[in-house]
Ligand binder design. Sequence first.
Ligand code: F3S
Length: 389
Amino acid sequence: MNLSIAEQRILDGESGEGLQKAMELVVALGKIYGAEDLVPISSAHLSGVSYKTIGDGGIVYLEHVSKGSKVSVPTTLNPSGMDSERWKEMGVDESFASKQLHIIELYKDMGVNATCSCTPYLGSNVPRKGDHVAWAESSALSFINSIIGACTNREGGPGALAAAIVGRTANYGLHIKENRAPTVIIEADIDGSLFQHSLLGHAAGSMIGNGIPYFRGICPDWDDAKTLAAAMAAAGAVAMFHVEGTTPEASEYEVKGLETIYIGEKEIRDAQESLTQVEDVDLIAFGCPHLSIKELKEMASFLEGKEKLSDIEIWFCTSREVRDSLPKEVAVLERFGKVLVDTCMVVSPLEGIANSSASNSAKACNYLPTLCSQKVRCDSFYKLMEVVL
Ligand code: F3S
């Protein structure tokens, strides 16, 4: 691999052991993926935050890395296993909480902005078109590749952290223009709702694996796009998509001759059925990915003046920034459930809190059975609200 003199010096240990170890990881990943060189990055976003997902081994690793290293670019953090203030109300136990708070402190020690949200592109960390970045969190990286036109591969937690420390990542995959071309056309016929965009993502991801779809027949806004991105990344390994007439790079590639897949009413119904095992649930959770200002406002406006007639627990998961910007709407939602920040239903220790749960997110419903031992119902916000009104 071609390294600059400065990069080689870091690799040789001239800038200290912390930077050297991080550079070794970035270079090793580059060699595995056939990168010719490294590319400077303008930001990073890290996964590997919940104690549930990284465990004690992850803590030991972070304690080691954080001793001599700081991030060198703006870096944000994915959701943790709990709301840092309301974890007792969530039903999280003390031993989990103390380990979780320790993990967040370790990231802070390295200079990471502990936003604990999977939608940093809505406020705290917004790349520009053409920026090279190193982002983990499959939903967020797919969103910024596709909707913003920033360039990132599907980084893992340790790789993104190493890139944040050295300020560079390996130059391969989606950092290179020709690798961002569509590989398959998807003709979509859906009703345009947020929920059907989520199911479309599940159906598409299941069919195309790690391809790059070029959608026709949809016109997603940012909320539709974030749920579509999340579901596709979870059901397949889609890290980027184009939408005809909508996404910034859609017109830059030739799509003539690509295979075309049709996803319509039947495929959407099949996707919902495949994500649903039960009708009645203990808990309903929204906000995968974290709720935006617009979503939170729409939910509050729908629930304003209504009364909750059931004791089913409801979680509205969002970022701290969004929650703090909408006190009136949050007060409305709090009459129905908990507006939680820093966390989500999937990375929380939900398996100790509920046995069955529902969400309007295909990504959440895909992961909840395996990661949280849940029986799941996948349905729209409005249908799920009928259960409690
Ligand atoms: Fe975000 Fe958790 Fe879903 S990290 S995309 S809310 S699984």
